[in-house]
Design a protein around this ligand. Structure first.
Ligand SMILES: Cc1cc2nc3c(=O)[nH]c(=O)nc-3n(C[C@H](O)[C@H](O)[C@H](O)COP(=O)(O)O)c2cc1C
Length: 173
């Protein structure tokens, strides 16, 4: 058991301002590879990950996310999409409506932690217009955008956010 893991998860904070520095492709690939290490329903990996670095597409993502401008500041923006049909082949409705969303979500969480481990910062973006994001990515209804993850070098000292006490969020039965 590694104490470093707990240090790692405790030291990650959302960052909403990024420096201009780019991220080497090899590091992006390390982050993407870490995302694929996440568990998934039936190991189907019912998701697609889009890597957006084109400035005009990033601006369109800002618009889709109600003007969250830090998306365009980040050198790399990952968009995690669930692939409901893929999961449905094995798990029917539960795969379509739940597992594929969970698969994409866990993959994004792994990518966020991998980014942090490499010294990059990020913020999970869930507030966006799904249809606009689908148009930007040029995806059909077969894929459902679940999370946008802008990644880069922090240009701010992030706020350390509190957590609800354990007794409030857990129940022992
Ligand atoms: C499902 C989800 C949706 C979120 N959507 C947004 C968002 O649209 N914009 C934003 O700035 N932060 C968003 N966040 C980031 C949260 O605000 C942030 O994780 C939370 O305040 C805890 O702070 P921390 O990440 O620094 O620990 C989202 C996080 C999650 C998990």
């Amino acid at each position: 058991m590694s104490e470093n893991f707990f240090d790692l998860i405790s030291s990650r904070h959302s960052v909403r301002s990024f420096k201009n520095d780019s991220i080497p492709e090899e590091k992006i690939n390390t982050i993407l590879d870490a995302a694929t290490k996440a568990p998934s329903g039936g190991n189907l990996q019912s998701y697609q990950i889009f890597v957006v670095s084109n400035p005009s597409e990033k601006e369109r993502l800002v618009d889709s996310a109600h003007g969250q401008g830090y998306i365009a500041e980040a050198p790399a923006v990952l968009v995690f999409c669930a692939d409901p049909k893929r999961s449905a082949t094995e798990y029917g409705e539960r795969g379509e409506n739940l597992f594929s969303i969970q698969d994409a979500t866990i993959a994004c969480a792994y990518a966020q932690m991998a980014s942090h481990n490499l010294g990059f910062s990020s913020v999970w973006i869930g507030s966006f217009d799904e249809e606009k994001v689908s148009n930007i990515l040029n995806i059909s209804n077969n894929l459902k955008p679940v999370a946008i993850l802008p990644i880069g070098i922090a240009n701010e000292t992030p706020e350390v956010t509190p957590r609800r006490p354990l007794e409030e969020v857990t129940q022992k039965i």
